[in-house]
Ligand binder design. Structure first.
Ligand code: C5P
Length: 401
């Protein structure tokens, strides 16, 4: 979403990982970004410009002095065009050149002329990466505002095992989205809950619900991208933890309650997206219940209502609840907003089969009777829409008083 229609200049330098930049370019194009590629001369030893030309749909250059005309100076034109630059993979050489203002080929000259954010994904032998000169250059560039995607640990092309492998492409994409995102949540610590809790009956059985956790994880990821410090308290899911998010795993409603209470005092905002079980088995059996044991009726008791407790305790916290209903959606949502002392509530109509899907339909309601309705949007879009509404309300109710 963030990368759609953005101009991304990919700089490919001469390392074995140069071929992985092809996947980056292809992924960026699928995300509807406009891509241009500049290669260094040594990168052309590892992969040909034709590959990048085909994937990006734009001629690939590496020489400084081709294509010049009165009105076209390649490095200036590219530098002005780019919304962001990604150097993938970045060798010790290009890092050193940028750090020392050396501009002796098309890529280094373009970067020197560019005011857009520059993302650098180093890939090299571990000894080279750990070399104090390289580390000093990286530190210098970080201090100047250049963004780095740390290389991963693993088997390196030279046969050694260590830190120096190019970061995963999805990590590079995440950082690109990060450098291009507004940072309207900077300075805020936000607690997000996600997933459906599990209430054990015996060591093998539990009661749970159909929540996938997707919306909560999208919210955590979007918050982290928008500059928030994020604590994600999650019931079991199959989802990948978003970058930059602190994860606390829990299983039951009671564990979620404890974890939420522990974080509550330190946060500015709570987004209670988890599908917390309303009931738990009254008695837990330590042994697996045998099917011929005569066990037929499962007695339940209520779990703590975390959101109500937070609404009761709240001081500086802005609290957002969720409400999944199969009938009288808006009426129930309004009632909960009031009863639980919330600042916003997001209502989901569960008759629209939102659980396993990547899309959702939401209604956002606030205490001033405002209502915003969105149908058939992706859960990623929903996350950003909820955060847009929340930050506006948060700033007006907590900061301008
Ligand atoms: O009252 P109801 O359970 O429908 O409210 C849903 C909202 O309350 C959700 O935000 C959910 O995360 C939260 N909740 C909770 N504790 C429970 C049950 C639900 O915080 N035990």
């Amino acid at each position: 979403m963030v990368l759609k229609n953005k101009n991304i200049l990919v700089g490919v330098t001469g390392g074995i990982a140069a071929y992985k930049a092809a996947e980056l370019v292809s992924t960026l194009r699928k995300m509807e970004a406009n891509v241009r590629v500049i290669m260094t001369k040594s990168a052309c030893e590892f992969i040909t410009p034709v590959t990048f030309q085909t994937l990006s749909g734009f001629p690939v250059r590496h020489e400084l002095f081709t294509d010049w005309s009165k009105n076209f100076i390649p490095h200036i034109e590219n530098a002005l065009w780019a919304d962001a630059v990604a150097v993938v993979p970045a060798t010790a050489n290009i890092i050193g050149k940028i750090a020392h203002g050396i501009a002796d080929d098309l890529l280094s000259t373009t970067i020197m002329a560019c005011e857009a954010p520059v993302l650098i994904a180093p890939a090299m032998n571990e000894k080279m990466f750990k070399n104090p000169i390289v580390q000093g250059n990286i530190k210098k560039l970080k201090d100047l505002g250049y963004c780095f995607v740390e290389p991963a640990e693993g088997r390196l092309a030279c046969g050694e095992v260590g830190k120096g492998r190019l970061a995963e492409i999805d990590a590079i994409i995440w950082y690109l989205e990060y450098v291009l995102s507004k940072k309207d949540y900077e300075g805020l610590r936000v607690l997000v809950t996600a997933g459906g809790t599990r209430e054990p009956i015996d060591p093998v059985r539990f009661i749970s619900n159909r929540s996938s956790g997707k919306t909560g994880y999208e919210l955590a990821g979007a918050l982290s991208m928008r500059g928030a410090e994020v604590v994600l308290i999650s019931a079991p899911t199959n989802l990948k933890v978003p970058y930059g998010v602190d994860l606390i795993n829990v299983e039951t409603a009671r564990e979620m309650y404890e974890a939420c209470m522990e974080s509550f005092d330190s946060v500015n905002m709570v987004i209670m997206c988890a599908a917390v079980a309303d009931f738990e088995p009254a008695d837990y059996s330590r042994e697996k219940i045998k099917k011929d044991s005569g066990f037929e009726i499962l007695k339940l008791k209520r779990t703590p209502d975390i959101l109500s407790e937070m609404g009761r305790l709240k001081s500086q916290q802005f609290i957002i609840g969720f409400c999944a209903e199969s009938q009288n959606l808006e009426e129930n949502a309004r009632r909960k907003l009031k009863e639980k002392n919330l600042d916003l509530i997001v209502a989901n109509d569960i008759t629209k089969d939102i659980f396993s899907s990547d899309t959702t339909s939401i209604i956002i309601l606030d205490a001033s009777n405002n209502k915003f309705k969105y149908d058939g949007i992706s859960k990623k879009e929903a996350a950003h829409i909820i955060l847009d509404a929340a930050i506006e309300k948060y700033r007006s109710s907590f900061e301008v008083k």
